[in-house]
Design a protein around this ligand. Sequence first.
Ligand SMILES: Cc1cc2nc3c(=O)[nH]c(=O)nc-3n(C[C@H](O)[C@H](O)[C@H](O)COP(=O)(O)O)c2cc1C
Length: 232
Amino acid sequence: MTDDDRPDSGPVAALRGRLRHAPSAGVTLPDFDPDAAPAAPAPLVAEWLLRALDEHVPEPQVMTLGTVDAAGHASARVLLMRGLDDDADGCGFRFASDAASRKGRELTARPYASLTWYWPQQGRQIRAAGPVETLDAATARADFAHRGEASRVAAFTGTMSDPLDGPGQYARDRDRAARELAADPGAVPAGHTVYRLWATEVEFFQLAADRFHRRLRYTRTADRWERVQLWP
Ligand SMILES: Cc1cc2nc3c(=O)[nH]c(=O)nc-3n(C[C@H](O)[C@H](O)[C@H](O)COP(=O)(O)O)c2cc1C
């Protein structure tokens, strides 16, 4: 199909004309001075997240997790960030999911992933990548205990990433899960897992109104972090 053959009505055609003119967030962009950045990335991640929370960026803890399967095919989805670790100067990002889900299976095959955050109101992006480890069952239990009741029932309903069999199955499974949880309130789904990505690189991107954006990349060497500014 050439550009001339494309239909000129319907939502896809309507979008075509609007993408280039989509408004950007009306924002006051924060300053970012890479020369004043800390020696390790975790404090800067925390600083940026705290500022996003203070400035009421909606759901700044939502991040995109990129994984690959055994054949190297990529997939991505959004998840909630569950914690930040800076033990021994490392930078660890926690997230929780079901080990039997697509991402869980991909992480078993290839325990390496990327994470990306974007906060439009502040023109800020953080990206991180590195090996992913599975934390112990006690950590998974503690994570699950923090969830609200509806979220716990949902986690026991169905099998994440599998197709639904047919109409009515959702409601039937949800009712069964609610009954089982009421009988055993401390139960944790077998696959509930807390993962930690230990970053080997973390990059901070700050949009600037004058278009001279800033990028600072931290790369982990054997015993320290190296910092370098990149062309945006
Ligand atoms: C705002 C938002 C937050 C989400 N948080 C999580 C999460 O913390 N853990 C999770 O497993 N899925 C979460 N999901 C669902 C995932 O995006 C995804 O659909 C699901 O994990 C299945 O992904 P998979 O089939 O690639 O494994 C969230 C979805 C949205 C829209």
